[in-house]
Write a protein that binds this ligand. Sequence first.
Ligand code: NAI
Length: 395
Amino acid sequence: MRLERGTAIGVVGAGAMGSGIAQVAATRGHPVVVIDASGDVLARAASDVQRAIARDVEKGRLDGPAGAAAVARLRWHDMSGPSGLGVLADCGLVIEAIVETLDVKRDLFARVEGVVSGDCVLATNTSSLAVAAIAAGCQRPERVLGVHFFNPAPVMPLVEIIPWLGTTADVTAQTRALVNGWGKTTVLATDTPGFIVNRIARPFYGEGLRVHDEGVADPATIDWAMREIGGFRMGPFELMDLIGHDVNFAVTRSVFEAFFYDPRFKPSITQQRLVDAGLFGRKTGRGFYDYRDGASRPQPTTDPELGGQIVERILVMLINEAIDAVLWRVASPADIDLAVTKGVNYPKGLLAWGDEMGLDRVLARLTALQDDYGEDRYRPSALLKRMVREGRRFT
Ligand code: NAI
């Protein structure tokens, strides 16, 4: 089957991600069938997507007839109804965005395979499971791959395309071309923990927490430094409060475990305690900051020298992670820099940033941290050392 503009798309799971993905596909001209195990979720998703499309029309991002056509292309089905999964029969691509549990995803894929054609492509939006493990439960695992959108899917341009070892090159190429046609920026990642973004971005949170835990600076000061000196849109603490500590801690923990407890990815006890206490951030009214009525925001210490040191420490850890991802062939250098600018809005690609800072300086700072702490967490990537030795740069 060729994946093209009119291909019917199935989306399983009408939560935050599934509804956003369905909106993208329908807006780009595909008939879309969305199914979920919950009728309530479906009803809410249908009205949310309709409202989002209406807003796009209002803002002039979409013309009126195109908006109406997109809404008309969407069908919403409760999978516990009489047709069950049968409504997916004509789909050329099914994207799964259900609960992040391996057994549940495997069970779903097995049932989907029972109704779709032999060459329908099956994609998972998983952020932390191995695509290989999901594919292994399928009759035709060669048509399975990861297609990882970012939240909110209609807004965030990045999509990571993740073939596992057995995905055919044709499935990968066709899926990538299709998603590119949806106006997304796709990057190709290997089936390794956290793929590109969720691996490389870990030190943004982890090293920020470490700087805080050691009493170098408080959250308000670290956030100020990362925004005003580093040029990031948000600092790590305000961002973790926004994502939710329950979610952010779970991702950190899963990446740490998936890397066989590599100390580079070690979670923070401070964050664990916030989770223990139910202080998940904005959604519960308190995290590192207090969002309840009448609460005041603490003022940062605006010391440029301290701020510069904080930014440099977090940044060299991020750059080291990006370089290590090149060493381990997680993705190409170009895709790694695209991924962090389009997936987490970093002001620059980390490899380009490393070149700009000077890779020798990045190495010197990491070596100083490693000497100081004696921890494997700060070990410079072998590729960084090699590049400095050979006087090479990424750009
Ligand atoms: P969600 O909880 O908002 O939505 C999941 C939906 O799946 C719910 O509506 C639920 O009723 C439905 N569901 C659960 N089990 C089902 C089953 N067996 N059959 C059919 N429907 C079922 O979750 P969210 O955030 O949309 O995440 C979905 C997937 O996307 C997960 O794999 C998650 O790891 C991944 N993801 C999430 C991101 C995020 O920022 N929320 C970002 C990128 C990926």
